[in-house]
Structures are given as C-alpha cells and as structure tokens.
Design a binder for this molecule. Structure first.
Ligand code: GLU
Length: 307
C-alpha cells in the first residue's frame, strides 16, 4: 500500500499552499478557482477575537449543565482542512471551529473553556442525543430526517455536494457520469444518500472518515469522493497535483449547529449569535482566514431560520 500523508503532514501542506509566493503578491481576494496564494505570512488574514458574554442566563438545560461543569463540550470534525481540522499538537482550526468559538463566547465560554470532541458524520445524532456533546459544529446539514432526533440553529453556511476526482480523469463531469464507477463517501452523509439514488447507477464505498475516501481515491481504489464542495476543496488543496473538484454542486447543504432536540432557548441564543457575529464583521473575518483560503467564494451566511 502506498504511503499516505498523515493529517499532520497534510495540514502543513495546506499552510504551505496558503503561503506560496505568487505574482499576486499580497492580494487577499479569494479566486474561486483554487486555494489563495500569498506572498508571505504577514499577508494571511487574521482571525477575529470574540468578546465573551458575562452572566448569561437562559432557560436551557444544556447550557445550565455546561455552566455547572465550567466547560462547553462541542463536537467537531478533525480531518477537514479549512473547516474542522486538528493538528498533531491538538490545535483545532477552520471555519467551523471559529463558528463554534464565536457562539461559545456569546454563551459565556471563552475558547479555553471549550472542550472539542471529534465526532464523525455517522454518529452525530447519537452523540448529541446521548448528551456526549452540548453543541455540534461540523459541516452538519440541517434536514427533516435529522430534526427527528436533534435540534438545529442556523443555517450559517450553504454548501453543495460535489465530486473530488483524480486530476487526469477526463471521464467524470458530474454525478450522471458515475455509471460503472466507484464513489466513496462517509457513512451517514447526505451525499452518500443522494448518490445511492438509482438514477446515478453507481457503486458506493462507505467509510467512517472522508480522509479514508481520499486515500482510496489517491490509490485508484475508487474513482470519486462525494461530499460537500467546501470539504472537497480542502482535500484538493492538499493534493493539488493529483486531485481536483469537478465544481458542479448537485445538492444544497445548509450547515446548522446541532443540539439537543427541544432546547428552544439554546437554539434561539445560538441563532442570535450567528446573526450578531455576521453583523459585527466577525463572520466574514473568520471566513477569510479559514475557508476563504481554499478558494471558496464569500457569499455571507444564509438567512437564519426561526421556526
Ligand atoms: N453536509 C453533509 C452532511 O451533513 C456532508 C458533510 C458531512 O458528512 O459532515 O451529511
């Protein structure tokens, strides 16, 4: 089996991509065509700092439990560059991590009182309903099936399912060219569910983590990886000579913050936090310093739902 870069090495690669010198110099615009390149580290956009609210008093059992424990437990991904990533020192980074920090600050928890827990796609509803995490921020599509088990605040971002393929593959232009091919996705993902529909007539391979799918793609064990474009752009940036994103999203994936079903006070407080941090500029600043570096265009958050 071919050696595959560890997540840690991959993180370094992503940073190197972001830091690569180009003719663009200090241009901080995102191109939409690939990862942004910058002249040097001083040109990298800065992350916001979040003011921590004091004496937060809302009628939420989850929040009261967290206040008593002195920490807020937030479920996240650890292998999605620019979104939810954990390096070898345990440091978490990415747009979802920033969304988690801004919401936590409004609930009265500074970053050092957040305990991040890695929870993968297929086990999120369980982790939330069993109370293993107080909140979940990790490319989590809000949909009715999941609403039967968990609550959602948001959305705070709109993604779409897309395909990651090998750079030299000229045979795949979208989900309808997957006949006779093998497509990998994470167990329990919306993309997996979509691509299993008979109209695509393809074979699926299911893994616990997307990084496992990426390894199979690099080793030509599968022909494509499907999940959200925002996630796939991060993997393409880690392997710019080997992989590319097709770039024709075929679903809509509104990202929400997961929490215990029925905790209305918490849901309202989290939705208020998303709106407030959009209005004060933190959202855009966080985006530019994380997901924006992967080449995703900035469009701002969608309208938060107030059911
Ligand atoms: N947003 C999709 C989902 O929630 C795919 C990404 C993920 O697995 O987190 O299923």
């Amino acid at each position: 089996m071919k050696a595959y870069k560890s997540a840690a090495t991959a993180a370094v690669t992503v940073l190197a991509v972001a830091l690569t010198a180009t003719a663009c110099g200090g241009d901080s615009e995102t191109s939409g065509d690939g990862p942004t390149t910058r002249a040097d580290a001083r040109d990298l956009p800065k992350l916001p700092t979040y003011t921590v609210a004091r004496n937060v008093d809302i009628d939420s059992p989850t929040l009261q439990k967290a206040q008593a424990a002195g920490k807020l437990v937030i479920g996240a991904k650890n292998d999605q560059p620019f979104l939810g990533f954990e390096d070898e020192t345990g440091k978490r980074s990415g747009f979802d991590i920033e969304i988690a920090k801004m919401v936590a600050a409004d609930l009265g928890f500074p970053a050092d009182k957040i305990e991040f827990k890695t929870v993968d796609t297929g086990v999120r509803e369980e982790a939330i309903s069993d109370g293993e995490v107080d909140l979940y921020v990790g490319t989590y599509t809000m949909n009715d099936e999941r609403r039967k088990k968990v609550g959602f605040a948001g959305p705070y971002y709109m993604a779409g399912a897309d395909l990651l393929i090998r750079k030299d593959d000229r045979t795949i232009a979208g989900p309808f060219s997957l006949q006779g091919k093998k497509v990998c996705s994470a167990k329990g993902s919306t993309a997996l569910r979509e691509i299993k529909k008979p109209e695509y007539n393809t074979t699926t391979v299911e893994t616990a983590k997307y990084t496992e799918c990426v390894r199979l793609l690099l080793e030509s064990e599968v022909d494509a990886v499907t999940t959200d474009d925002a996630i796939l752009k991060g993997y393409a940036a880690q392997h710019p000579d080997q992989l590319k994103v097709v770039g024709r999203p075929f679903t809509e994936e509104p990202y929400g913050i997961g929490m215990a079903k029925g905790d209305k006070a918490l849901r309202d407080a989290v939705s208020d936090a998303i709106v407030a941090h959009d209005e004060n500029g933190d959202y855009k600043m966080a985006y530019d310093a994380t997901l924006g570096l992967s080449g995703s265009h900035y469009v701002g958050p969608p309208m938060v739902l107030r059911p």
